[in-house]
Design a protein around this ligand. Structure first.
Ligand SMILES: [Zn+2]
Length: 50
């Protein structure tokens, strides 16, 4: 899973909007649903086992 580098929220999803495709990036872009931050540098963390 990935976390937002800005607010550390785990409420992050891949941003597959037309806007991200319009930038011509080959990288997946992610979006934070908590603070609205978007970017490709979302660090991936290991999910803690309950
Ligand atoms: Zn965030």
């Amino acid at each position: 899973m990935r976390i937002c580098p800005k607010c550390k929220s785990t409420d992050v999803e891949a941003d597959l909007s037309a806007q991200s495709y319009g930038k011509g990036s080959f990288f997946n872009q992610y979006k934070c649903n908590n603070c609205g931050y978007t970017g490709i540098f979302f660090p991936e963390i290991k999910k803690k086992k309950d």
